[in-house]
Design a protein around this ligand. Structure first.
Ligand code: ADP
Ligand code: ZN
Length: 527
């Protein structure tokens, strides 16, 4: 670079144009940068692809001293720093991949004020050696990237983030900017609280990702359904398929390859080299499918991910937003596709109830799960439901989600719900959907006869709906909290107070007609 050491662009706009080569700021960037350059603390909530990096990179250039960027994404630091250096920015990183001599050189440069930006892994930041180094460095700014890692509810939790408040305690006059693309109300509060940012100005961008089309389909044969979706919409695009378990990741990846669709697995159980190689191929390739657990994705900067599929539901709407947000960072149309079934609801509830978390934690998790289920089962615009979860109101239905594009009819499901719920009640609140549906449609199976359930009043009162339709009814009753699943191991249904109110006729139930079911009615009648 031609810049003499310590020479700074005069203004943020200068930096944007001369260093980064962009014409104008986007969204709230100008306000955020202005606030931080003046020494204010900021909490920036901006969706993926919104342009968070410039919010600290430009203040780093305009303000005197060294900006310390805390990031958990060690694997990406080298690339980020290389890219900055190519722009002439004096940047460096400190993490475990550096040898001692290299690290010492970076430390020396910090103290001498020869760099403007240093990326640091959180575990290094809180070491006595590094804290001492900070004491000897002229500091411009602390940037805390991926700030949601401080949240104990999320799967990105990094315990070291809890210690980051030490930076402010030791350097109270150095401004801080915390950034994240995750921001439900709880996480927001937690970031402020745990990072000591209660007085920071909050910059909340819209979380809408208008180019992403949201679709949720009822699970029947999930792999075939997904393959059909990919063949129709993304025969040659790159995308991510999320699965819950490592085993399933491997199976689905292998299966996709058998179907002629090139796919790679990614999960925390694979050797580091394999993970890195797979990630690298994914980023560089055009049409590769990455089948992954949630271990994959944070910080992956691939602008042309065209789809994100979920074969298992994420554990919260926030996680869903985060994971689907990896699609379409380039602003071009992209799809978020999820297959969702009642077994998933049961499993998620089971995991939650069996977790070792304390009661209050569990209550929060339960609320998060309910929000997710509500999103899956909604007959209304999915984007409205999603944004509403982030306290953002979308005044009109979006016109770009499955429920908007292919509106689901709702029906007054009160009577069907009453039948379904009484079947639960009269069989002793012990059975799951399979047996209950046999009772409802009058299927005299061995189990039905053995239990003498053919003598119940509810036996065969549900011939008006198909088996598959009853499954949808039960799924919705569980999702909307009229039934809970008994988790002592058998997975039978129990009535909630709300469910009892329905049986008593004190409450109406609006159910969605499943569009897929409707279209294929003929097929299902044969089941
Ligand atoms: P985030 O960290 O919020 O996901 P990035 O900081 O990686 O987003 O920015 C996303 C993309 O947008 C990057 O390619 C970046 O160079 C580009 N970008 C950011 N701000 C601007 C701007 N003001 N003008 C043009 N491009 C921008
Ligand atoms: Zn919509």
């Amino acid at each position: 670079s031609d810049d003499a050491p310590g020479q700074h662009p005069a203004t943020a706009l200068d930096a944007l144009r001369t260093v980064f080569g962009y014409d104008s700021f986007r969204g709230q960037q100008a306000d955020i940068i202005d606030h931080v350059v003046r020494g204010g603390d900021a909490l920036v909530l901006m969706p993926t692809g919104g342009g968070k990096s410039l919010c600290y990179q430009i203040p780093a250039l305009v303000r005197d001293g060294v900006t310390v960027v805390v990031s958990p994404l060690i694997a990406l630091m080298r690339d980020q720093v290389t890219a900055l250096r190519e722009l002439g920015v004096r940047a460096a990183f400190l993490n475990s991949s550096l040898g001692p001599a290299e690290a010492r050189e970076v430390e020396r440069a910090m103290v001498q004020g020869e760099i403007d930006l240093v990326y640091v892994a959180p575990e290094r930041l809180v070491t006595p050696r590094f804290l001492d180094l900070l004491d000897r460095t002229r500091l411009a700014l602390f940037a805390l990237d991926e700030a949601h890692c401080v949240s104990q509810w999320g799967h990105d939790f990094r315990p070291e983030y809890l210690q980051l408040s030490i930076l402010h305690e030791r350097h109270p006059t150095v401004p801080r900017i915390a950034l994240t693309a995750t921001a439900d109300v709880q996480t927001r509060a937690e970031i402020k609280d745990k990072l000591g940012l209660t007085d920071a100005r909050v910059f909340l961008s819209s979380f809408d990702r208008p180019n992403i089309t949201y679709r949720v389909v009822p699970k029947k044969s999930e792999r075939q359904q997904m393959l059909a979706f990919l063949r129709e919409h993304h025969p040659e695009d790159a995308g991510i398929v999320y699965c819950m378990s490592r085993n399933k990741v491997e199976e689905v990846a292998a299966w996709l390859n058998q179907q002629g669709r090139e796919a790679l697995p990614y999960h925390a159980g694979l050797p580091a080299e394999t993970r890195e190689a797979n990630q690298d191929r994914f980023i560089k390739s055009e049409g590769l499918v990455m089948v992954a657990t949630v271990a994959f994705g944070m910080g992956i900067d691939k602008p042309n991910v065209r789809f994100v599929c979920h074969l298992d539901p994420p554990k919260s709407l926030e996680a869903y937003y985060q994971e689907t947000g990896r699609a379409g960072r380039d602003g071009l149309p992209a799809n978020a596709w999820m297959a969702y079934g009642m077994a998933d609801v049961v499993m998620l509830r089971q995991m939650l109830e069996q977790s070792e978390a304390g009661d209050s934690h569990r209550r929060v998790e339960r609320g998060k799960l309910e929000a997710l289920l509500g999103f899956c089962e909604t007959p209304d615009c999915r984007r409205q439901v999603l944004l509403n979860y982030f306290n953002e109101t979308l005044p009109e239905p979006c016109g770009n989600c499955d429920t908007c594009l292919d509106p689901v009819e709702t029906w007054d499901g009160t009577i069907a719900a009453q039948k379904a719920l009484s079947a639960v009640y009269r069989t002793g609140q012990r059975y799951g959907a399979g047996h209950l549906i046999d009772v409802l449609v009058g299927n005299a199976t061995e189990k039905v006869m053995q239990q003498q359930h053919d003598r119940l009043k509810t036996f065969a009162v549900g011939k008006d709906l198909s088996k598959v339709e009853w499954q949808s009814v039960y799924r919705q009753l569980v999702a909307t909290g009229l039934l809970t699943v008994d988790l002592e191991g058998y997975g039978g249904f129990r009535l909630t107070d709300a469910g009892v109110a329905v049986i008593k006729g004190q409450r109406v139930v609006k159910l969605r007609k499943d569009p897929v079911l409707e279209r294929r009615r003929g097929v299902h009648d044969a089941l």
